[in-house]
Design a protein around this ligand. Structure first.
Ligand code: CP
Ligand code: NVA
Length: 310
């Protein structure tokens, strides 16, 4: 049987909704102390986590989730591996496939994640790269379903940088039939290729996917306002230039007042209060950012079960 990877949110395919249903069930089981909490379905499985960049949520939620499912996690800082001294990604993939059952990889470059996956005989999960952040979006869609009871027809506005999180959201929204508008400054729009992929998926699911530069227009009547950092990991040298270009793209009370009355505010975190979002909005009653962070745990557990259980 061919092994399954999760490099892009599109890899969830038609199973996206059932993955979210599974995540909601795992959350309930954990709260009730039932199901997987007792059966430990990943007993005997070893999962390696290779990180080239910092992480709080992704690393800890994977490690805790694997542990709760009865498996064993191994954090591998890329600098401590021979990979950090020039061993090829392909050889690393071949060797680690002989020991482990799954690899979770946070990389600077999407090509590195694809190279690891194509040379590994075990499932590879993308834990963020420069192009996508699919695990985040799985938890985000779970959170939206939890709050609104559905995904289809929900209007989401993404305000900020057309980055990895924006790309996976755009694709995930298209798959789920959500109407998605990204508002980004000129020069920072999402990738055209991703936009085209999302547009073609949306033809099937019957929703609209747009990329514009006016944040006020994007958030009008939105059910969800989402933002992310202006300066992603690896872009630190662009800080000044980006902060200048993005000043109109802050999620604040004015922007929130244009959205639907019961709109929720989302952020993948870490957040910078006073830059991409004001403290009163991030910490305010419409913000669901900590539920969103918690749901990383449940969504990734559902994903691991999908990829690893026979
Ligand atoms: N949202 C997210 O992926 O956070 P970390 O960088 O802390 O893992
Ligand atoms: N876009 C951000 C997301 C962090 C979770 C980054 O890549 O740094």
């Amino acid at each position: 049987m061919q092994k399954k990877d999760f490099i892009s949110i599109t890899d969830a395919g038609r199973g996206l909704n059932s993955l979210i249903t599974g995540a909601l069930r795992l959350k309930k089981e954990l709260n009730e102390g039932s199901g997987h909490v007792r059966s430990r379905p990943l007993k005997g499985k070893n999962i390696g986590l290779i990180f080239e960049k910092s992480s709080t949520r992704t690393r800890v939620s994977f490690e805790v989730g694997i542990n709760q499912l009865g498996g064993n996690s191994m954090y591998l800082n890329s600098r401590d591996l021979q990979m950090g001294r020039g061993e090829t990604i392909a050889d690393t993939a071949r060797v680690l496939s002989r020991y482990l059952d799954c690899l979770v990889y946070r990389a600077f470059d999407n090509r590195a994640v694809k190279e690891l996956a194509s040379n590994a005989s075990i499932p590879v999960i993308n834990a963020l790269d420069d192009l996508e952040h699919p695990c985040q979006i799985l938890a985000d869609l779970m959170t939206i379903r939890e709050k609104f009871g559905r995904l289809k027809g929900i209007r989401m506005a993404y305000v900020g940088d057309g980055n990895n999180v924006c790309h996976s959201l755009m694709l995930g929204a298209a798959m789920a039939g959500m109407n998605f508008t990204a508002a980004t400054p000129p020069g920072y729009a999402p990738s055209e290729n991703i936009g085209q992929m999302a547009a073609s998926i949306s033809l099937d699911s019957g929703c609209t996917i747009q990329s514009i530069d006016d944040p006020e227009l994007a958030v009008r009547k939105a059910d969800v306002i989402y933002t992310d950092v202006w300066v992603s990991m690896g872009q630190e040298s662009e800080r000044e230039e980006k902060e200048r270009a993005f000043s109109r793209y802050q999620v604040n009370t004015h922007l929130l007042s244009l959205a639907a009355k019961r709109a929720i505010v989302m952020h993948c975190l870490p957040a910078h209060r006073g830059l991409e979002i004001t403290g009163d909005v991030l910490d305010g009653p419409q913000s669901v950012v900590f539920d969103q962070a918690e749901n990383r745990l449940h969504a990734q557990k559902a994903l691991l079960l999908r990829l690893l259980k026979k």
